[in-house]
Ligand binder design. Structure first.
Ligand code: ZN
Length: 522
Protein backbone atom coordinates (compact mmCIF):
# COMPACT_ATOMS: atom_id res chain seq x y z
CA UNK A 1 0.00 0.00 0.00
CA UNK A 2 1.37 3.41 -0.87
CA UNK A 3 1.45 6.03 1.82
CA UNK A 4 -1.15 7.99 -0.09
CA UNK A 5 -3.54 5.06 -0.02
CA UNK A 6 -2.73 4.53 3.64
CA UNK A 7 -3.74 8.10 4.43
CA UNK A 8 -7.00 7.71 2.53
CA UNK A 9 -7.70 4.46 4.39
CA UNK A 10 -6.96 6.12 7.71
CA UNK A 11 -9.18 9.03 6.84
CA UNK A 12 -12.00 6.64 5.91
CA UNK A 13 -11.58 4.94 9.26
CA UNK A 14 -11.83 8.29 10.96
CA UNK A 15 -15.03 9.05 9.06
CA UNK A 16 -16.47 5.66 10.05
CA UNK A 17 -15.55 6.37 13.66
CA UNK A 18 -17.14 9.76 13.46
CA UNK A 19 -20.33 8.35 11.97
CA UNK A 20 -20.78 5.51 14.43
CA UNK A 21 -19.45 7.31 17.46
CA UNK A 22 -17.78 4.18 18.78
CA UNK A 23 -14.79 2.03 18.05
CA UNK A 24 -15.09 0.32 14.69
CA UNK A 25 -12.70 -2.34 13.45
CA UNK A 26 -10.16 -1.03 10.98
CA UNK A 27 -10.44 -2.52 7.52
CA UNK A 28 -8.19 -5.51 7.32
CA UNK A 29 -5.26 -5.11 4.99
CA UNK A 30 -2.71 -7.86 4.68
CA UNK A 31 -0.12 -5.44 3.28
CA UNK A 32 -0.37 -3.07 6.19
CA UNK A 33 2.80 -2.44 8.17
CA UNK A 34 3.45 0.18 10.81
CA UNK A 35 5.16 3.34 9.60
CA UNK A 36 8.83 3.76 10.37
CA UNK A 37 9.16 5.45 13.78
CA UNK A 38 11.08 8.47 12.39
CA UNK A 39 8.34 9.24 9.90
CA UNK A 40 5.35 8.52 12.13
CA UNK A 41 5.43 11.92 13.77
CA UNK A 42 4.11 14.47 11.31
CA UNK A 43 6.65 17.01 10.14
CA UNK A 44 4.10 19.74 10.75
CA UNK A 45 0.89 20.18 12.70
CA UNK A 46 -1.71 22.90 12.38
CA UNK A 47 -4.32 24.17 14.77
CA UNK A 48 -4.64 24.99 18.43
CA UNK A 49 -1.77 22.77 19.56
CA UNK A 50 0.72 24.69 17.42
CA UNK A 51 1.34 27.50 19.88
CA UNK A 52 4.51 29.54 20.12
CA UNK A 53 6.25 30.85 23.22
CA UNK A 54 5.02 34.30 24.22
CA UNK A 55 6.40 35.75 27.42
CA UNK A 56 4.76 38.30 29.68
CA UNK A 57 7.13 41.23 29.36
CA UNK A 58 6.35 42.57 32.83
CA UNK A 59 7.73 39.34 34.31
CA UNK A 60 11.09 39.60 32.56
CA UNK A 61 13.63 41.44 34.74
CA UNK A 62 15.26 44.49 33.22
CA UNK A 63 12.56 45.27 30.66
CA UNK A 64 10.49 48.45 30.41
CA UNK A 65 7.41 48.96 28.28
CA UNK A 66 6.70 51.99 26.12
CA UNK A 67 3.83 53.38 24.09
CA UNK A 68 3.72 56.40 21.80
CA UNK A 69 0.49 57.82 20.41
CA UNK A 70 -0.57 60.81 18.37
CA UNK A 71 -4.05 61.17 16.93
CA UNK A 72 -3.17 63.74 14.23
CA UNK A 73 -0.22 61.85 12.84
CA UNK A 74 -2.14 58.61 13.41
CA UNK A 75 0.26 56.38 15.32
CA UNK A 76 -0.21 54.00 18.23
CA UNK A 77 3.08 52.22 18.83
CA UNK A 78 4.17 49.79 21.53
CA UNK A 79 7.69 48.46 22.07
CA UNK A 80 9.98 47.21 24.83
CA UNK A 81 13.25 48.51 26.23
CA UNK A 82 16.03 46.37 27.67
CA UNK A 83 17.88 48.12 30.48
CA UNK A 84 21.51 48.63 29.58
CA UNK A 85 21.16 47.43 25.97
CA UNK A 86 21.71 50.82 24.37
CA UNK A 87 22.30 49.65 20.79
CA UNK A 88 19.22 47.47 20.85
CA UNK A 89 17.13 50.25 22.40
CA UNK A 90 18.31 52.73 19.80
CA UNK A 91 17.42 50.29 17.03
CA UNK A 92 13.92 49.86 18.47
CA UNK A 93 13.45 53.62 18.83
CA UNK A 94 14.63 54.17 15.25
CA UNK A 95 11.93 51.76 14.12
CA UNK A 96 9.29 53.83 15.90
CA UNK A 97 10.62 57.03 14.36
CA UNK A 98 10.58 55.59 10.87
CA UNK A 99 6.90 54.66 11.28
CA UNK A 100 6.17 58.14 12.67
CA UNK A 101 8.04 59.90 9.87
CA UNK A 102 6.17 57.93 7.22
CA UNK A 103 2.88 58.95 8.82
CA UNK A 104 4.02 62.57 9.10
CA UNK A 105 4.74 62.53 5.38
CA UNK A 106 1.35 60.95 4.64
CA UNK A 107 -0.72 63.27 6.82
CA UNK A 108 1.26 66.52 6.80
CA UNK A 109 0.91 66.64 10.60
CA UNK A 110 3.95 66.75 12.84
CA UNK A 111 4.57 64.44 15.73
CA UNK A 112 4.73 65.33 19.39
CA UNK A 113 4.09 62.84 22.18
CA UNK A 114 0.46 62.97 23.30
CA UNK A 115 -1.42 61.80 26.34
CA UNK A 116 -4.87 60.26 25.96
CA UNK A 117 -7.95 60.52 28.13
CA UNK A 118 -7.32 57.14 29.73
CA UNK A 119 -6.57 53.49 29.06
CA UNK A 120 -2.88 53.47 28.05
CA UNK A 121 -1.43 52.65 31.46
CA UNK A 122 1.45 50.34 32.22
CA UNK A 123 -0.48 47.17 31.43
CA UNK A 124 -1.28 48.51 27.96
CA UNK A 125 2.26 49.27 26.88
CA UNK A 126 5.11 47.41 25.28
CA UNK A 127 4.83 43.79 24.22
CA UNK A 128 2.06 41.44 25.36
CA UNK A 129 0.95 37.91 24.50
CA UNK A 130 -1.56 37.83 21.64
CA UNK A 131 -0.66 41.23 20.20
CA UNK A 132 0.89 39.86 17.02
CA UNK A 133 -1.71 37.17 16.44
CA UNK A 134 -5.01 38.87 17.33
CA UNK A 135 -7.20 39.99 14.47
CA UNK A 136 -6.29 43.41 13.13
CA UNK A 137 -9.90 44.42 13.67
CA UNK A 138 -9.83 43.67 17.41
CA UNK A 139 -6.51 45.48 17.83
CA UNK A 140 -7.90 48.54 16.05
CA UNK A 141 -10.90 48.57 18.37
CA UNK A 142 -8.71 49.01 21.45
CA UNK A 143 -6.20 51.33 19.79
CA UNK A 144 -6.02 55.09 19.88
CA UNK A 145 -8.02 56.42 16.94
CA UNK A 146 -6.79 58.90 14.36
CA UNK A 147 -8.46 62.19 13.59
CA UNK A 148 -6.98 62.42 10.10
CA UNK A 149 -6.92 58.90 8.66
CA UNK A 150 -6.00 55.34 9.47
CA UNK A 151 -3.81 54.90 12.55
CA UNK A 152 -0.67 52.84 12.10
CA UNK A 153 -0.42 50.29 14.91
CA UNK A 154 2.87 48.88 16.16
CA UNK A 155 2.50 45.81 18.36
CA UNK A 156 4.87 43.16 19.69
CA UNK A 157 5.35 39.93 21.59
CA UNK A 158 8.47 38.66 23.36
CA UNK A 159 9.11 35.16 21.98
CA UNK A 160 12.48 34.49 23.62
CA UNK A 161 14.46 35.95 26.50
CA UNK A 162 17.49 33.86 27.38
CA UNK A 163 21.22 33.63 26.94
CA UNK A 164 21.69 37.26 25.92
CA UNK A 165 19.02 36.94 23.23
CA UNK A 166 15.73 38.77 23.11
CA UNK A 167 13.30 37.53 20.46
CA UNK A 168 10.74 40.15 19.46
CA UNK A 169 7.87 39.34 17.14
CA UNK A 170 6.69 42.71 15.94
CA UNK A 171 3.69 43.65 13.88
CA UNK A 172 2.85 46.80 11.95
CA UNK A 173 -0.75 47.26 10.88
CA UNK A 174 -1.15 50.03 8.34
CA UNK A 175 -4.12 51.16 6.29
CA UNK A 176 -3.65 48.37 3.77
CA UNK A 177 -0.88 46.28 5.25
CA UNK A 178 -0.30 43.90 8.14
CA UNK A 179 3.32 42.83 8.46
CA UNK A 180 4.73 40.52 11.12
CA UNK A 181 8.44 39.98 11.56
CA UNK A 182 10.46 38.11 14.16
CA UNK A 183 13.89 39.37 15.08
CA UNK A 184 16.31 37.85 17.60
CA UNK A 185 18.51 40.54 19.10
CA UNK A 186 21.84 40.02 20.80
CA UNK A 187 21.29 42.23 23.85
CA UNK A 188 25.03 42.93 24.26
CA UNK A 189 25.58 44.24 20.72
CA UNK A 190 22.09 45.00 19.43
CA UNK A 191 22.81 42.81 16.40
CA UNK A 192 19.51 41.67 14.84
CA UNK A 193 19.07 38.17 13.42
CA UNK A 194 16.02 37.67 11.23
CA UNK A 195 14.34 34.38 10.31
CA UNK A 196 15.95 34.68 6.87
CA UNK A 197 19.33 34.58 8.66
CA UNK A 198 18.30 31.58 10.78
CA UNK A 199 17.15 29.41 7.91
CA UNK A 200 18.67 28.91 4.50
CA UNK A 201 15.69 28.20 2.27
CA UNK A 202 16.23 27.50 -1.40
CA UNK A 203 13.39 26.80 -3.82
CA UNK A 204 13.23 23.08 -2.98
CA UNK A 205 13.18 23.81 0.76
CA UNK A 206 10.38 26.33 0.34
CA UNK A 207 8.37 23.80 -1.63
CA UNK A 208 8.91 21.12 1.00
CA UNK A 209 7.82 23.39 3.86
CA UNK A 210 4.82 24.58 1.84
CA UNK A 211 3.87 20.97 1.26
CA UNK A 212 4.07 20.22 4.97
CA UNK A 213 2.12 23.35 5.87
CA UNK A 214 -0.71 22.60 3.45
CA UNK A 215 -0.83 18.97 4.55
CA UNK A 216 -1.03 20.07 8.19
CA UNK A 217 -3.86 22.51 7.51
CA UNK A 218 -5.78 19.92 5.51
CA UNK A 219 -5.27 17.32 8.21
CA UNK A 220 -6.42 19.77 10.86
CA UNK A 221 -9.53 20.44 8.77
CA UNK A 222 -10.22 16.70 8.69
CA UNK A 223 -9.38 16.42 5.01
CA UNK A 224 -7.05 13.91 3.46
CA UNK A 225 -3.97 15.22 1.81
CA UNK A 226 -4.10 15.21 -1.95
CA UNK A 227 -0.45 14.62 -2.50
CA UNK A 228 2.01 11.84 -2.15
CA UNK A 229 4.40 12.40 0.71
CA UNK A 230 8.11 12.67 0.31
CA UNK A 231 7.88 15.04 -2.61
CA UNK A 232 7.75 18.78 -2.47
CA UNK A 233 4.67 20.47 -3.84
CA UNK A 234 5.45 23.49 -5.93
CA UNK A 235 4.50 26.66 -4.13
CA UNK A 236 1.98 28.41 -6.33
CA UNK A 237 2.77 31.98 -7.31
CA UNK A 238 -0.41 33.28 -5.69
CA UNK A 239 0.57 31.75 -2.30
CA UNK A 240 4.22 32.59 -2.35
CA UNK A 241 4.17 36.09 -0.83
CA UNK A 242 1.90 35.04 1.99
CA UNK A 243 3.97 32.00 2.81
CA UNK A 244 7.27 33.83 2.76
CA UNK A 245 5.77 36.60 4.90
CA UNK A 246 4.55 33.96 7.36
CA UNK A 247 8.03 32.46 7.57
CA UNK A 248 9.53 35.93 8.24
CA UNK A 249 7.24 36.13 11.30
CA UNK A 250 8.06 32.56 12.34
CA UNK A 251 9.18 31.76 15.86
CA UNK A 252 12.19 29.47 16.23
CA UNK A 253 11.55 27.61 19.46
CA UNK A 254 14.34 26.47 21.73
CA UNK A 255 13.58 22.81 20.85
CA UNK A 256 14.34 23.54 17.20
CA UNK A 257 10.78 23.67 15.94
CA UNK A 258 9.48 26.62 13.95
CA UNK A 259 5.99 28.01 14.48
CA UNK A 260 4.35 30.21 11.90
CA UNK A 261 1.27 32.10 12.87
CA UNK A 262 -0.75 33.71 10.13
CA UNK A 263 -3.58 36.08 11.01
CA UNK A 264 -5.97 35.85 8.06
CA UNK A 265 -4.57 32.47 7.12
CA UNK A 266 -2.51 31.11 4.25
CA UNK A 267 -4.11 31.10 0.82
CA UNK A 268 -3.72 28.78 -2.11
CA UNK A 269 -5.66 26.56 -4.46
CA UNK A 270 -5.23 23.58 -2.13
CA UNK A 271 -6.53 25.47 0.87
CA UNK A 272 -9.23 27.87 -0.27
CA UNK A 273 -11.78 25.13 -0.90
CA UNK A 274 -11.52 23.77 2.65
CA UNK A 275 -14.50 24.42 4.91
CA UNK A 276 -14.16 27.49 7.11
CA UNK A 277 -11.51 29.20 5.01
CA UNK A 278 -13.83 32.15 4.34
CA UNK A 279 -14.09 32.92 8.08
CA UNK A 280 -13.06 36.57 8.53
CA UNK A 281 -11.29 35.56 11.77
CA UNK A 282 -9.37 32.78 10.05
CA UNK A 283 -6.03 32.17 11.65
CA UNK A 284 -3.47 29.56 10.69
CA UNK A 285 -0.88 28.31 13.09
CA UNK A 286 1.58 25.65 12.01
CA UNK A 287 4.37 24.05 13.97
CA UNK A 288 7.14 22.52 11.88
CA UNK A 289 8.84 19.75 13.83
CA UNK A 290 12.57 20.06 14.58
CA UNK A 291 13.20 17.33 12.00
CA UNK A 292 11.52 19.46 9.33
CA UNK A 293 13.63 22.51 10.16
CA UNK A 294 17.04 21.00 11.04
CA UNK A 295 18.20 20.59 7.41
CA UNK A 296 17.87 24.32 6.79
CA UNK A 297 19.30 25.81 9.98
CA UNK A 298 22.23 28.14 9.49
CA UNK A 299 25.02 28.62 11.99
CA UNK A 300 23.11 31.63 13.33
CA UNK A 301 19.99 29.49 13.65
CA UNK A 302 21.79 26.83 15.63
CA UNK A 303 23.30 29.50 17.87
CA UNK A 304 19.88 31.01 18.66
CA UNK A 305 18.56 27.56 19.60
CA UNK A 306 21.61 26.84 21.73
CA UNK A 307 21.44 30.13 23.59
CA UNK A 308 17.68 30.20 24.12
CA UNK A 309 17.58 26.55 25.22
CA UNK A 310 20.55 26.44 27.53
CA UNK A 311 21.07 29.78 29.19
CA UNK A 312 19.06 31.91 31.60
CA UNK A 313 17.97 35.46 30.88
CA UNK A 314 20.29 38.14 32.14
CA UNK A 315 19.63 41.77 31.21
CA UNK A 316 22.85 43.53 30.24
CA UNK A 317 22.12 46.44 32.59
CA UNK A 318 21.39 46.51 36.28
CA UNK A 319 17.96 44.87 36.68
CA UNK A 320 17.12 47.35 39.46
CA UNK A 321 17.79 50.28 37.15
CA UNK A 322 14.65 51.88 35.74
CA UNK A 323 13.97 52.32 32.08
CA UNK A 324 14.98 55.34 30.14
CA UNK A 325 12.21 56.96 28.17
CA UNK A 326 12.94 59.11 25.12
CA UNK A 327 10.83 62.15 25.97
CA UNK A 328 10.68 63.19 22.31
CA UNK A 329 8.87 59.94 21.65
CA UNK A 330 6.71 59.34 24.73
CA UNK A 331 4.91 61.83 27.01
CA UNK A 332 7.07 62.41 30.07
CA UNK A 333 6.36 64.18 33.32
CA UNK A 334 8.76 64.89 36.18
CA UNK A 335 7.25 64.94 39.65
CA UNK A 336 9.58 66.85 41.97
CA UNK A 337 9.44 66.70 45.77
CA UNK A 338 11.09 69.39 47.87
CA UNK A 339 12.20 69.71 51.50
CA UNK A 340 13.16 66.11 52.34
CA UNK A 341 14.76 63.84 53.20
CA UNK A 342 12.16 62.91 55.79
CA UNK A 343 10.95 59.61 57.30
CA UNK A 344 7.55 59.88 55.54
CA UNK A 345 9.38 59.49 52.23
CA UNK A 346 9.65 55.72 52.66
CA UNK A 347 5.94 55.41 51.87
CA UNK A 348 6.45 57.63 48.83
CA UNK A 349 9.36 55.47 47.66
CA UNK A 350 7.16 52.37 48.02
CA UNK A 351 4.55 54.03 45.81
CA UNK A 352 7.10 54.70 43.07
CA UNK A 353 8.76 51.30 43.33
CA UNK A 354 5.43 49.50 42.97
CA UNK A 355 4.74 51.51 39.82
CA UNK A 356 8.14 51.22 38.16
CA UNK A 357 8.45 55.00 38.30
CA UNK A 358 10.93 57.63 39.41
CA UNK A 359 10.87 61.20 40.72
CA UNK A 360 13.32 63.96 41.66
CA UNK A 361 13.92 64.89 45.28
CA UNK A 362 15.33 68.30 46.20
CA UNK A 363 16.96 67.68 49.56
CA UNK A 364 17.78 70.11 52.36
CA UNK A 365 21.36 69.38 53.39
CA UNK A 366 20.93 69.61 57.15
CA UNK A 367 18.25 66.84 57.04
CA UNK A 368 20.54 64.32 55.37
CA UNK A 369 22.53 62.96 58.33
CA UNK A 370 19.36 62.11 60.28
CA UNK A 371 17.87 60.27 57.27
CA UNK A 372 20.79 58.48 55.64
CA UNK A 373 18.75 55.29 55.09
CA UNK A 374 16.12 57.21 53.13
CA UNK A 375 18.78 59.06 51.15
CA UNK A 376 20.59 55.85 50.23
CA UNK A 377 17.35 54.12 49.24
CA UNK A 378 16.28 57.10 47.11
CA UNK A 379 19.58 56.84 45.26
CA UNK A 380 19.50 53.04 44.95
CA UNK A 381 16.00 53.02 43.48
CA UNK A 382 16.94 55.24 40.57
CA UNK A 383 15.47 58.56 41.70
CA UNK A 384 17.32 61.81 41.21
CA UNK A 385 18.76 63.52 44.29
CA UNK A 386 19.13 67.28 43.92
CA UNK A 387 20.22 70.28 45.96
CA UNK A 388 17.72 72.46 47.82
CA UNK A 389 20.24 74.37 50.03
CA UNK A 390 21.63 73.58 53.49
CA UNK A 391 18.90 75.13 55.66
CA UNK A 392 16.37 76.69 53.29
CA UNK A 393 17.22 80.41 53.26
CA UNK A 394 16.09 82.88 50.59
CA UNK A 395 19.13 82.90 48.27
CA UNK A 396 18.55 86.54 47.29
CA UNK A 397 19.37 87.63 50.87
CA UNK A 398 22.73 85.82 51.11
CA UNK A 399 26.29 87.01 50.56
CA UNK A 400 28.18 85.22 47.77
CA UNK A 401 30.13 83.25 50.37
CA UNK A 402 26.97 82.20 52.25
CA UNK A 403 25.37 81.11 48.99
CA UNK A 404 28.44 79.09 48.08
CA UNK A 405 28.29 77.30 51.45
CA UNK A 406 24.57 76.58 51.16
CA UNK A 407 25.31 74.67 47.96
CA UNK A 408 28.59 72.98 48.81
CA UNK A 409 27.64 71.71 52.27
CA UNK A 410 24.57 69.98 50.83
CA UNK A 411 26.58 68.53 47.94
CA UNK A 412 29.05 67.12 50.46
CA UNK A 413 26.33 65.68 52.73
CA UNK A 414 24.69 63.82 49.83
CA UNK A 415 28.00 62.59 48.39
CA UNK A 416 28.95 61.30 51.85
CA UNK A 417 25.92 58.97 51.76
CA UNK A 418 25.55 57.99 48.11
CA UNK A 419 28.93 58.73 46.56
CA UNK A 420 27.21 60.72 43.81
CA UNK A 421 27.01 64.51 43.58
CA UNK A 422 23.73 66.19 42.61
CA UNK A 423 23.80 68.15 39.34
CA UNK A 424 20.64 70.24 39.81
CA UNK A 425 19.61 72.93 42.26
CA UNK A 426 16.28 74.44 43.23
CA UNK A 427 16.43 77.64 45.29
CA UNK A 428 14.16 77.66 48.36
CA UNK A 429 10.87 79.46 47.62
CA UNK A 430 11.96 79.48 43.98
CA UNK A 431 13.65 82.75 44.84
CA UNK A 432 16.58 83.89 42.70
CA UNK A 433 17.91 87.02 41.01
CA UNK A 434 20.66 87.72 38.53
CA UNK A 435 23.33 87.77 41.22
CA UNK A 436 22.19 84.33 42.46
CA UNK A 437 22.14 82.91 38.92
CA UNK A 438 25.68 84.17 38.26
CA UNK A 439 26.87 82.27 41.34
CA UNK A 440 25.07 78.97 40.70
CA UNK A 441 26.93 76.74 38.29
CA UNK A 442 24.18 74.12 38.08
CA UNK A 443 20.91 74.27 36.14
CA UNK A 444 18.22 75.95 38.27
CA UNK A 445 15.10 73.80 38.23
CA UNK A 446 11.79 75.60 38.66
CA UNK A 447 8.40 74.14 37.62
CA UNK A 448 5.57 74.76 35.18
CA UNK A 449 2.93 73.55 37.60
CA UNK A 450 2.77 74.43 41.29
CA UNK A 451 0.32 72.18 43.15
CA UNK A 452 0.28 74.41 46.27
CA UNK A 453 0.25 71.13 48.20
CA UNK A 454 1.75 72.94 51.24
CA UNK A 455 -1.64 74.64 51.70
CA UNK A 456 -3.10 71.21 52.54
CA UNK A 457 -5.80 70.79 49.89
CA UNK A 458 -8.04 67.68 50.07
CA UNK A 459 -6.18 64.65 48.66
CA UNK A 460 -8.74 64.22 45.85
CA UNK A 461 -8.29 67.82 44.74
CA UNK A 462 -4.52 67.47 44.74
CA UNK A 463 -4.74 64.38 42.52
CA UNK A 464 -7.27 66.01 40.20
CA UNK A 465 -5.16 69.16 39.99
CA UNK A 466 -2.07 67.26 38.82
CA UNK A 467 -4.01 65.12 36.35
CA UNK A 468 -5.67 68.21 34.89
CA UNK A 469 -2.50 70.30 34.59
CA UNK A 470 0.39 67.98 33.78
CA UNK A 471 1.45 68.13 30.13
CA UNK A 472 4.14 66.26 28.25
CA UNK A 473 7.38 67.84 29.47
CA UNK A 474 5.91 69.24 32.70
CA UNK A 475 7.88 69.66 35.92
CA UNK A 476 5.43 69.47 38.84
CA UNK A 477 6.21 71.01 42.24
CA UNK A 478 5.31 68.94 45.32
CA UNK A 479 6.71 68.54 48.85
CA UNK A 480 7.62 65.21 50.47
CA UNK A 481 6.97 66.55 53.98
CA UNK A 482 3.17 66.84 53.66
CA UNK A 483 1.04 63.86 54.60
CA UNK A 484 -1.62 64.65 51.99
CA UNK A 485 1.04 64.71 49.27
CA UNK A 486 2.29 61.26 50.29
CA UNK A 487 -1.28 59.97 50.50
CA UNK A 488 -2.12 61.33 47.04
CA UNK A 489 0.87 59.74 45.33
CA UNK A 490 -0.48 56.26 44.44
CA UNK A 491 -3.57 57.56 42.67
CA UNK A 492 -1.63 60.44 41.17
CA UNK A 493 0.98 58.12 39.63
CA UNK A 494 -1.65 55.62 38.47
CA UNK A 495 -3.69 58.41 36.91
CA UNK A 496 -0.72 59.92 35.10
CA UNK A 497 0.35 56.52 33.80
CA UNK A 498 -3.17 55.64 32.72
CA UNK A 499 -3.22 58.51 30.25
CA UNK A 500 0.18 57.60 28.90
CA UNK A 501 2.72 59.53 30.94
CA UNK A 502 6.06 58.01 31.76
CA UNK A 503 7.41 59.39 35.02
CA UNK A 504 11.01 60.44 34.70
CA UNK A 505 13.62 62.36 36.67
CA UNK A 506 14.40 65.93 35.62
CA UNK A 507 17.77 64.83 34.20
CA UNK A 508 16.07 61.89 32.50
CA UNK A 509 13.65 64.26 30.83
CA UNK A 510 16.60 65.99 29.16
CA UNK A 511 18.40 62.76 28.33
CA UNK A 512 21.00 63.52 30.99
CA UNK A 513 21.92 66.91 29.52
CA UNK A 514 19.93 69.56 31.34
CA UNK A 515 20.72 72.96 29.81
CA UNK A 516 22.30 75.61 32.04
CA UNK A 517 20.02 78.41 33.19
CA UNK A 518 16.53 78.42 34.63
CA UNK A 519 14.35 75.48 33.56
CA UNK A 520 10.55 75.45 33.93
CA UNK A 521 9.70 72.48 31.71
CA UNK A 522 11.12 70.44 28.88
ZN1 ZN B 1 11.58 74.20 49.87
Amino acid sequence: MTRRRLRIATALAVIVLALTGCAAPLPADADWTPREPETSAPLAVAGDTATFTSLTAAEIPGLSQHRATNTEVGVDLRWPEVHGASDLNEALEREQWSLIEAQEAATGASYAPQTQATGIGREHRGCAPGQTSASAHSLREEAVASTTGRTVLGRCEIVAAAGGMLGIRSRVIGAETDVVETVYFDTATGTPTRVSDLLSLNEAALNTLWHEAVTAIRTDAGQVTLWPTGEGTPLAADSRDRFEAALAGGVLESDGSLVIDVPGGLTGADLDSLPGRDDPNLHDRIRFAPAAIAPYLTEAGNRVIERTAGEVWQPPGDAGHRGHADCELVPCVALTYDDGPNPGMSQLLDTFAERDSVATFFFIGNQVSANTGIVQRTHDEGHELANHSWNHPDFTTLTPKELEQQISRTQDAIVAVTGAAPTLVRPPYGAYDDAVLRKLDMPVIMWDHDTLDWQGPPVDSLIADVLANAEPGSIVLLHSIHEGTIEAAPEMVDGLQDCGFELVTVSGMFDGEVPQGVIHSR
